[in-house]
Ligand binder design. Sequence first.
Ligand code: FUB
Ligand code: ZN
Length: 642
Amino acid sequence: MIDTDTTSPVTRRFRPPAVPQVELRGFWGQRADVVADRTVHILYDRCVAAGMFDQIDPDRTAPGKVVSYDGGLMTSQMFWDSDFGKIIELASYTLFRKPDSTLEAKVDAIVDIYERLQQPDGYLNSWFQRIEPGLRWTNLRDTHELYNAGHMIEGAVAYFQATGKRKFLDIMCRYADYIASVFGPDAGQIRGYDGHEEIELALVKLARVTGRTDYLELAKFFIDERGQQPHFFDLEALQHGRDPAEYHFKTHEFSQSAEPVRDQRKVVGHAVRAMYLYAGMSDIATEFHDAALETALEGLWADLTTRKMYVTGGIGPSRTNEGFTFDYDLPNLTAYAETCAAVGLVFWSSRMLGLGPNRVYADIMEQALYNGASSGLSLDGSRFFYENPLASRGDHHRWEWHRCPCCAPNIARLTASVGSYMYGEGSNSLAVHLYCDSTANLDVGGRKVEIVQTTEYPWSGSILLQVNPERGTDSFTLYLRVPGWSSSYTLSINGEPEVVAMNDGYLALHRDWTRGDEVRLDLAMDVETIHAHPFVGDDAGRVALRRGPLLYCLEGGDNERPIASLSIATTKGAERVALDGAPGIVGLRLSGYADDMEAWGGKLYQSRPAATKAATLTAVPYYAWANRAAGDMQVWVRKAPE
Ligand code: FUB
Ligand code: ZN
């Protein structure tokens, strides 16, 4: 059952807690520490080195166009504001976790720069104020103007929540108010939207933190307008002297605007844009109880997760459009699977949980989070992947900086904010979506409840939750997710075994909770093999290894080479092992075969299969690959008959 709270200024279902409400320890605590100790400083320094401050600071000479155009009308320099927005958001989370006055002063200085840059009418965009003045709102299709605003709003909300400082939030409210005056259905307003979705979900965050429902209305306007005819981007091009037929990406599917969003059932175009749009749609469906949006989202979800998603939760196989192609097109070696796209899938799935606990969404959120998104950040927090292939010949390496630096701050801000994805707060219920050693201070319809999780998840499926209502005793429903990958589970409360009906993959525990109540959930966490749909040609005859939420892969450094010559015999007797050079990470050792290459010789073909010899295979979690010696890698491994 879905909770509603009619006393709230905006209609309420389940909402995520703010990041500072959840103190992470364990797996995500360690990752969040790496990001706080290292990544956030590295990213700030790289923004300095890339000359980004020269663009945003009105007291410096503007640098001109310094990043080359990448086809069409776009350069990543146009969205440097978004990089600052993401870095402020990231720094906010890390500052809350680890106060650092030097970092805080740096963020304050960026906020001061933006305050000086902001125009009297509220407009704020360093590209159109300093590099291409006079072109404000003339090419929403290509230039990321509202996308930049969205990321800066997200940064402002996070900074306010982490530090209590309002300055950036006020700046961004002024800008949002100005945007609301420019865009809308009335005469003299622009009836349009951005080519790169982002502002929609950001406005929902702004509405939730300020209680301003007009920001929700603006987000809904952008969603409702998308894909209407006559097409806004065609009208805009004509109005500003461009030929719509010369659009670089040829089709409005690229920006999910080929048809109105409520009619959409196929996931198309640029993957990150798609995820950000669906995330915004989910928020609006949650806030407005919009059944037509829900229907569209369910169709889009089915299309993505049954035909277009890698087993890692990576999405968007093609480099050409940074996005989707056709059904079951999931090549491994050439997978684009941009880090931001998997991060975006986490955003979308988490927001589907606003509609109520349902593991259909939480399972995919977890799959993308632990695998296709987390692979984007090195274990030491200093290097990044833009593309996340599922196989490598040893030539795919992490980079330190990219001329399109979107992925690095994206995976870093997600890593630092995992706490907010773990729970949903309802008016008379709490949902636990993800497990991790942690302490959360949550809100149940205005009442406070602390949840302490003690667990070694994801290495173990044993979870102890202590429930501590502030009132001493409180009555509400605690929803616990039982992941789809777990073949069985046991539940006990205060040591007494409990049998509770499962709805949509969640156990609904309704009772009078008393401070100190203990819930123990033990999830079976077996090593299993996954098979792909027969139409995924690359994966035919192959299996992927999974244990709990983690996908595994074989890396050259741990195995006989080349790993293409290896096959898995069985997962029976698979052992958990420590890995050289990856402390704290659980590897898997299992039995298999290696092709006998000496016996094969130099031939290219022969009329019988290669002879094989027994081999021991060692697998590493996919998120942790490419952190030790460079080498080849495969997620999908040939399966030998048992
Ligand atoms: O266009 C902004 C960001 O840069 C996109 O989200 C990424 O795909 C990259 O193109
Ligand atoms: Zn990216």
